[in-house]
Design a protein around this ligand. Structure first.
Ligand code: PNS
Length: 187
């Protein structure tokens, strides 16, 4: 049986990896499908998310990574998948997942949604929290694979540099040279 594991993966976490590992044991073929153009602005480009997932899953022979746009069930039919894998961490996930699964069944009755639970140590982990913790300078090393942690740090460095450069140039524009205060030393 060929299944897809669709999601935003912005960024992929250890919880996603845990589910991929479990799914790869159940399905003959598992395609991790990254949504190309979600409504919200992603932190990582589709290409970056794809590369991170490829690196994270290279040890699994029956797992591949792809991207898709449009309806997920249309994509599943297009590639010949008959099941959709989704993770449920807590009861709070269930309502949204149930609604989505039922709607997908309405759209495409031939495709079954299967839910799996990640290890309980990942039950509170989400991409949104990883992004937030990373952006605020917290430690994310135990939440995501090393490559993702590295990519997140690089993103934050670029963002800080951009903010710093913008800050300096706006100060240069708005503060006449003779009144400019000396910059604080960085510790
Ligand atoms: O990781 P996410 O953001 O929870 O994944 C949500 C995703 C990508 C599975 C869902 O938004 C989706 O399937 N989007 C594609 C558009 C679609 O098929 N929408 C109808 C859903 S009933």
């Amino acid at each position: 049986m060929k299944a897809i594991y669709p999601g935003s993966f912005d960024p992929p976490t250890n919880g996603h990896l845990d589910l991929i590992q479990r799914g790869s044991k159940i399905f003959d073929e598992l395609v991790v499908a990254v949504l190309g153009n979600p409504e919200k602005q992603p932190l990582f480009s589709v290409a970056d998310r794809r590369k991170m997932l490829e690196a994270m899953t290279e040890e699994f022979d029956n797992v591949s990574i792809d991207t898709f746009d449009g309806l997920m069930v249309d994509y599943a039919v297009r590639i010949g998948a008959t099941a959709v894998l989704r993770g449920i961490r807590a009861i709070s996930d269930y309502e949204y997942e149930l609604q989505m699964a039922m709607m997908n069944r309405k759209l495409q009755p031939g495709i079954e949604t299967m839910f799996m639970m990640p290890a309980d140590k990942y039950s509170y982990l989400s991409s949104r929290l990883v992004r937030e913790i990373g952006q605020l300078g917290g430690t994310i090393d135990c939440l995501v694979p090393p490559l993702v942690a590295q990519k997140l740090r690089e993103k934050m460095d670029v963002a800080h540099k951009f903010a710093h450069d913008n800050d300096s140039s706006s100060q240069e524009r708005s503060t006449p040279a003779h009144t400019a205060k000396p910059r604080k030393r960085k510790s």
